[in-house]
Design a protein around this ligand. Structure first.
Ligand SMILES: [Zn+2]
Length: 266
């Protein structure tokens, strides 16, 4: 396997990028393929397109796991293909893209990377147009792929991508519901609901689980992360930001999000 792909099951590939330690996926079927997440900018997406083309000449369908820029701003490079996403993903991308872009452009400028800032600034936003509410079943060249919304967690609209593999095994692309190598990101999270969502994901997992960022993991890792998220919730409910499993900055963001969600549900 070339172009940076790692084959985690027969015809199911993961490409882990130095930028943000982001994972993208590629599912190979007969005469068709599916790309999971599209990277941050047109130039990064063009690199991903070339990597896909190094492996297969067949037409692609695309799915976004969620609306964060690093998973969805590369979409335009994959048109005119169909791009799947949750209804919430499309709405959130439309509502927040310019705010997300401004934040990343400012970050690059602050770091003195004017070139990256400019590439980010000119990348068009192209939300998914094949929308999923609960579950959608795709046929990727004879291979079944199920898109599922399992509940709120990392965002209010995360989709997981479940791909059949040999026997009764599956590969699950979990988006940022699961994160390896760094604490999960809470900026748009639902801390009180995330553990239950991961419980559902844990029950589904029968093989490799591909996190949005970091090394490929498994069901046991998902179970452990669910316990960590429960520990976060326990610590926050006791007002003990120092008692959780993650660094203080992560715990503070989680606390803010928990407060915000509780105010909203009142
Ligand atoms: Zn994310």
């Amino acid at each position: 396997m070339s172009a940076g792909w790692q084959e985690v099951a027969d015809g199911i590939l993961v490409r882990r990028h130095a930028e943000l330690d982001l994972n993208c996926g590629l599912v190979l079927g007969e005469g068709a393929c599916l790309v999971v997440d599209t990277r941050s900018r047109l130039d990064e997406a063009a690199d991903l397109v070339a990597a896909v083309r190094a492996v297969t000449p067949h037409p692609w369908t695309v799915v976004n796991t969620h609306a964060h820029y690093d998973h969805s701003f590369g979409n335009a490079a994959f048109r005119p293909a169909v791009i799947w996403g949750s209804r919430g993903c499309a709405a959130t991308l439309t509502a927040t893209a310019e705010e997300q872009r401004a934040a990343v452009v400012a970050e690059f400028r602050a770091a003195g990377d004017i070139h990256a800032a400019e590439l980010m600034r000119v990348t068009p936003v192209d939300p998914p147009d094949a929308l999923v509410d609960g579950t959608a079943v795709l046929d990727v060249g004879g291979r079944e792929v199920v898109l599922r919304f399992l509940g709120r967690g990392h965002t209010d609209h995360d989709l997981v991508v479940e791909v059949e593999a040999a026997g009764d095994a599956t590969v699950i692309f979990a988006g940022d519901l699961v994160e390896q190598g760094a604490p999960p990101a809470f900026e748009d999270a639902w801390p009180a609901e995330w553990p239950a969502t991961l419980g559902r994901l844990h029950a589904l997992a029968r093989g490799p689980v591909v996190p949005g960022h970091g090394a490929v993991v498994d069901a046991a890792f998902v179970g452990t992360q669910r316990e960590e998220l429960l520990a976060v919730l326990g610590a926050l409910r006791e007002g003990r930001l120092d008692a959780g499993p993650y660094p203080p900055a992560t715990m503070r963001t989680a606390a803010m999000r928990l407060r915000a969600s509780e105010l909203r549900s009142r």
